[in-house]
Design a binder for this molecule. Structure first.
Ligand code: MRU
Length: 351
């Protein structure tokens, strides 16, 4: 099952809102289709959103080519990127991919719009292919780090940071799958992840399909499960990492980090370098997406609370770097992340 596919100028997105019961693909022929798919979480997970948006820019560029307006090509393309960027504010990979596409378009600004559309398509394909390679590299680094001992591991994860959230094997689930391939996984506990149940619908489904032992729990069972089942490590993904290592991820991750600290369980973040936003010094500057109140008052159209119940629905929270044992990237591990450790890592790899 492919999370996203580009074929003959059309983007096909696996519709994750109806998984695991129905496997259907959305056909995106316009950048507005891609914007909508990102907003409703048909495609979700920071890296997958970035790749989808890159193809969205190609579709946008093509629409300007077919129907030129009053604005210069590059200005019109920038407007489309700004619009796509607003689809989901926390996942910085979206912003990163759009910047990559705009930089590419500007570098070819002197060429014909037809030529620019061609280079943009090549660029989107390159971002897509890179994500696949990045995931594989991360899985190796993470499995080396977490699988250092020789005992079988009991792990816990939150939300979905798997193949469905990326173009490759996944970030956190890529590491877990690699540990499983090496015969080091005893059990993975997957939080169901309210309100949209990415853990129940996607992570449990993905791990079961891959033959990885998984047990689904509700979010409020996490602390007890960690204690009673002897969880060795928590591995999650990330949507944006500040220069000091503070990490935004799916709502609930911060709570897990607090429990893990008390219980002495290490928390690992697996994320590509494109998830770092070093323009911000700390997590308090990360914009947190707030979503529709109906996501909390209902599930798939079935009411679970009165329709006028007041709701707070932040989609992400920020885990302070002090609560993170290490960040796993495609270039290696940042242990005990803080401003200095992150800076040293980026310097070492000339990034
Ligand atoms: O709202 P979602 O489903 O896009 O949230 C996804 C997550 O929080 C993931 O953990 C994160 O994007 C990392 S994905 C590799």
């Amino acid at each position: 099952m492919e999370t996203l596919r580009w074929e003959k100028g059309i983007l096909y997105l696996l519709n994750q809102t109806v998984l695991p019961f129905t496997e259907t693909y959305l056909t995106c022929t316009t950048w507005q289709d891609v914007h909508k798919a990102i907003s409703v979480l048909a495609v979700r997970g920071a890296p997958a959103i970035g790749v989808a948006a890159a193809y969205g820019v190609v579709l946008g560029a093509r629409s300007i080519l077919e129907k030129p307006g009053d604005k210069p090509f590059i200005t019109a393309l920038q407007d489309i990127c700004t619009n796509l960027d607003g689809a989901r504010p926390t996942a910085v990979n979206l912003h990163w991919a759009l910047e990559q596409m705009m930089t590419c378009a500007k570098a070819h600004g002197g060429e014909s719009p037809t030529a620019i559309v061609h280079v943009l398509e090549d660029k989107a394909k390159a971002i897509h292919a890179d994500d696949v390679a990045i995931n594989t590299a991360m899985a190796g680094w993470g499995a080396d780090e977490i699988g250092k001992g020789d005992r079988l591991l009991t792990l816990l994860t939150h939300c979905n940071a798997g193949a469905l959230a990326t173009a490759g094997v996944g970030t956190a689930l890529g590491v877990i799958s690699e540990l499983h391939r090496r015969g080091q996984v005893k059990m993975v506990y997957a939080d169901e992840t309210r309100p949209l149940l990415q853990g129940a619908r996607l992570t449990a489904f993905e791990l079961m399909a891959g033959g990885v032992p998984v047990t689904l729990i509700t979010d409020n069972m996490a602390a007890w499960t960690m204690k009673e089942k002897g969880v060795d490590a928590i591995i999650v993904g990330a949507d944006r990492i500040a220069a000091n290592g503070d990490t935004a991820n799916k709502i609930g991750t911060y709570g897990l980090s607090l429990m893990a600290k008390v219980l002495g369980i290490p928390l690992y973040i697996a994320a590509p370098l494109s998830t770092f936003d070093r323009s911000i010094s700390g997590g308090s500057q990360i914009p947190i997406e707030e979503r529709s109140h109906d996501e909390v008052r209902s599930f798939r159209g079935a009411a679970t609370a009165l329709s006028d119940t007041p709701v707070y629905n932040p989609a992400f929270d920020v885990t302070p770097h002090e609560n993170i044992r290490a960040i796993i990237t495609e270039k290696g591990i940042i242990s005990h992340p803080d401003t200095e450790a992150v800076q040293t890592f980026f310097d070492k790899h000339s990034l």
